[in-house]
Design a protein around this ligand. Structure first.
Ligand code: GLN
Length: 538
């Protein structure tokens, strides 16, 4: 029988609900159980693909090309689970389905209402998510409800999860509520009242949590736990202390020490051995006790909002694990760079130009790439970063000073980055990009092939524009090596510069496939190159 763990959040947002859900999955998987995840988001966008990273952080992309909430990135990094389109539903998507059915006549004669029609659609979505992308299902399905209890918009989701046990049996459902136990400095006391209120709010709508994950600066004492348990109608072991940690990958270890997985396994009547956390502990140890440190400049547009580069930042942490290197990020605003190159880049051991949309900061990114090329600093370009590297070669080395991407200058005489023929007719923005995993063949003997240690890979995409094949020859004459293409050779996927110690740029997003237990080779290679640069032996 499939077990369901619903994760809700109370008091305020940003309590780390996503990491808590991911950590529960990590522990369940370490106990030998097959896990899958789902995120239910209360906003009305059909998916976050059209949302600015300023509003919502990074848009994460699944193998099958869904543009999703960034929490799916946490789920995939903390476990071996690979998620798909059904792992993320928004209010917009649910309503879109209900309205499509209504127009088709599926409810003919009936008045379509939030209860039961919208809540039925939500429950159907949960069942679809539970089957997983391969239809295999899972022992434990972890469903995180976005937003905070008490919000108007999350009510239909909470009502649906209240109803859910009537379909699958109460013994197969556990509710985990993540809440805050603040320390009020003036009183020198930690306060349980916000948690009590938040649990009351949940109980008002019919959900009695089984477990509370209490976020607090320091571990909760037994007497505080007992008080919370009494007021919230719980056993004291169900009150778990989730103290702040410096390294987010420590969370599963702490939750395990607090007895969370034991409690959930018992509560759900599962038989599963104690978790083997040794590999995870080794990873945490490598992050906490590095032997070396490097500084990487991240030249981007959204640098005020670090959530916009969530997977990228995590991938750099993972990239440092094999060599026990801490990666310090130097955030460089691409717009500040456009006047004089070099500002903010002097002394760094690597330069990274990430993906992005829109013209802002483009010239700065191109200058940063020139700086990396000329000063032989390890360079990694991702998606837009690769497109900028192609423009840089075209302008500075191929004699095409006006080269540009058609995205930023429609009438450029040399559109080295352009839409594919046939793509130009699209008039919608949502879900119209090249999305999801595509195969890429690597050139024998190239840096790309050496870095991956294999000849064909699969990587996830999210972009509209491509390298214009009409310019390939001129770019190659200018020293750019096309070291990765689609298997039929028609799409450029990776470029590099062999005269440079480490210059690699990729059209895809390797950051969507890196995890602490499986650091992505491109990031591990980039960190090693930065280390070599620091030691002065490129
Ligand atoms: N804006 C570029 C494109 O659409 C790059 C996108 C990205 O970096 N993800 O092709």
């Amino acid at each position: 029988m499939t077990k369901y763990i619903f994760v809700t959040g109370g008091v305020l947002s940003s309590l780390g609900k996503g990491i808590s859900a991911a950590s529960i999955g990590n522990l369940m998987e370490a106990r030998g159980l097959k896990v899958t995840f789902q995120k239910l988001d209360p906003y009305v966008n059909v998916d976050p693909g059209t949302m600015s990273p300023y509003q919502h952080g990074e848009v994460y992309v699944t193998r099958d090309g869904a543009e999703t909430d960034l929490d799916l990135g946490h789920y995939e990094r903390y476990t071996s689970v690979r998620l798909g389109k059904n792992a993320n539903y928004t209010t917009g998507r649910i309503y879109h389905n209900v309205i499509t059915k209504e127009r088709r006549g599926d409810y003919l004669g009936g008045t379509v209402q939030v209860i039961p029609h919208v809540t039925d659609e939500i429950k159907a979505a949960i069942h679809a998510g539970a089957r997983g992308p391969d239809g295999e299902g899972a022992d434990v399905v972890i469903v995180e409800v976005g937003g905070t209890v008490g919000d108007i918009e999350s009510l239909p989701f909470l009502e649906a999860i209240r109803q859910f046990p009537f379909e699958v049996g109460r013994e197969n459902v556990a509710y985990v509520h993540v809440t805050l136990v603040p320390l009020v400095k003036a009183a020198g006391e930690i306060k349980t009242k916000p948690t009590q209120h938040s649990v009351n709010k949940l109980r008002e709508i019919g959900v009695q949590p089984d477990v509370l994950l209490c976020r607090a600066e320091a571990p909760l004492t037994d007497s505080v736990k007992a008080k919370i348990a009494l007021f919230c109608n719980l056993e004291p072991q169900a009150v778990i202390s989730a103290r702040d940690v410096a390294n987010i990958y420590e969370v599963p270890l702490w939750l395990h020490e607090e007895g969370l997985d034991d409690f959930l396994v018992r509560r759900l009547g599962l038989t599963a051995p104690a978790p083997d956390m040794s590999r995870w502990k080794a990873v945490v140890d490598a992050i906490d006790h590095p032997k070396d440190q490097v500084t990487i400049a991240l030249v981007g547009k959204y640098i005020e909002l670090k959530e916009a580069y969530k997977s990228l930042c995590e991938s750099l942490v993972h990239g440092g694990i094999p060599s026990r290197t801490r990666v310090n990020l130097q955030w460089v605003d691409a717009e500040e760079l456009s006047a004089a190159s070099g500002d903010g880049l002097n002394g760094v051991h690597g330069i990274l130009v990430p993906g992005g949309f829109g013209e802002r900061g483009i010239e700065g990114k191109i200058q940063a790439i020139r700086f990396a090329r000329e000063h032989r600093i390890p360079f990694l370009g991702i998606c837009l970063g690769m497109q900028c590297a192609v423009i840089e070669t075209a302008r500075d080395l191929a004699g095409l000073p006006k080269a540009h991407s058609a995205e930023f200058e429609a009438g450029t005489p040399d559109p080295v980055i352009a839409l594919l023929p046939g793509q130009a007719e699209l008039d919608q923005k949502g879900a119209t990009m090249r999305l999801g995993a595509y195969p890429c063949r690597l050139l024998p003997g190239s840096l790309a092939e050496k870095t991956y240690g294999t000849s064909e890979v699969s990587e996830r995409h999210r972009h509209r524009y491509e390298v214009n094949n009409a310019y390939r020859e001129r770019l190659e004459k200018a020293g750019l090596v096309i070291s990765g293409t689609s298997p039929d050779g028609s799409l450029v996927e990776i470029v590099e510069r062999p005269e440079h110690p480490w210059f690699l740029a990729v059209q895809f997003h390797p950051e969507f496939q890196s995890a602490p237990l499986a650091p992505h080779p491109v990031f591990a290679g980039f960190v090693e190159a930065a280390l070599a640069h620091m030691r002065g032996n490129p």
